[in-house]
Write a protein that binds this ligand. Sequence first.
Ligand code: BMA
Length: 309
Amino acid sequence: MANETIFKRYEGNPIIKPEDVKNANSVFNSAVVKFKKGYAGVFRVDTTRMFSELHAGWSDDGINWKIEDKQIDMKGNTSKNYKTASCYDPRVVLIDGTYYVTWCYYPAGISCHIGVAKTKDFKTFYQITEIMLPYNRNAVLFEGKINGRFACLNRPSDPFHTSFGEVFYAESDDLIHWGNHKFVFGATGGWQRSKVGPGPAPIKIKDGWLMIYHGVRITCSGYIYCMGGAILDGKEPWKVKYRARPYLLAPSTQYEMVGDVPNVIFPCSILHDKKSDKVSIYYGAADTVVGLATADMGELVSWIKKNSD
Ligand code: BMA
């Protein structure tokens, strides 16, 4: 594939298509994790009514998925309109034996902000609260506590498809009260010249935190979403140690270039198999399907370092 650098696309892509879920128009920006002997995840399903919903799903091998036909019946502190609030772009992370889900939604009017929920079994989900002030469009928790606190990366926004976007860091003792907000990085040049936003939960590595993210450039015929990589400081993750200048993956296959929103690669989850040292990225493609791409962790980290300035 022309633009593959370190990540190779899975030859059976796309691994999840709209026809895999009843009444789905599209299944895309979705988050998967290791669960028991297999995998589980929270999937973004846009229905044929064009509501965005969160659905749970399971897999034995991480490639063949069974996704629930019904949206997650969220318990806890949900907004009254949870079922029609257009819930989208989930991220999932395991911290101390509990899985936490963050997602963007519209609990009131056009004010998009971020929900956080917990689950142990991907059957019962409890919403804890809403984090970050509106408008915020993307938030992902780190996979472990940092200096004893929960921490997240997030992207302040406006109600629409902004032409700007920068990544911020925040931390919390209880997932409810957030502070120590710090700027991490913003748009630079080239493929990430218009806006950037966090992708999957950052992964702890020897050099700090491996961060995969999306970067956007606005062209005369629309936005183009690519995937990039950076390494953040282990103790002070708002400090960027390395950030690769070239993209890691750009839309170039038919399923990335053709769909509801053309030219989108939107990574939402990463799996690291410690035995083989293989990294798998699950990404939404063209706001329609889910693609999978894999890389060797060692090669990925040295490529980010080598291509950083
Ligand atoms: C972003 C989000 C994503 C979407 C992307 C491209 O602003 O809405 O859900 O994949 O735009 O349309």
